[in-house]
Design a protein around this ligand. Structure first.
Ligand code: CA
Ligand code: CA
Length: 84
């Protein structure tokens, strides 16, 4: 029990620490370099990406994910935080 609580709190700390540096669009994911993540780019980068998840992340519903939406998605644990 104690071990589980420790692991969870450790994961939470890592998430907060990493998102502070996750404001930039990752060129490894943004393969067409337009400064936004499209659905195909995200399906390449995240195995768990699907249409429903994409819509949930695309807060302004413009069909692309910007850096701000990406950070919000990671903060909401919709997506794992990658260390770019
Ligand atoms: Ca792009
Ligand atoms: Ca958007």
């Amino acid at each position: 029990m104690t071990k589980t609580v420790f692991a969870l709190s450790l994961a939470g700390t890592t998430l907060i620490a990493t998102t502070a540096f996750a404001m930039e669009i990752d060129p490894a994911v943004d393969t067409d370099g337009d400064g936004l993540y499209s659905f195909p780019e995200l399906t390449e980068a995240y195995a768990e990406m699907n249409e429903e998840l994409f819509v949930a992340i695309d807060a302004n519903a413009d069909g692309a994910i910007d850096a701000e939406e990406m950070v919000a998605a990671q903060d909401a644990a919709l997506l794992p935080v990658t260390d770019g």
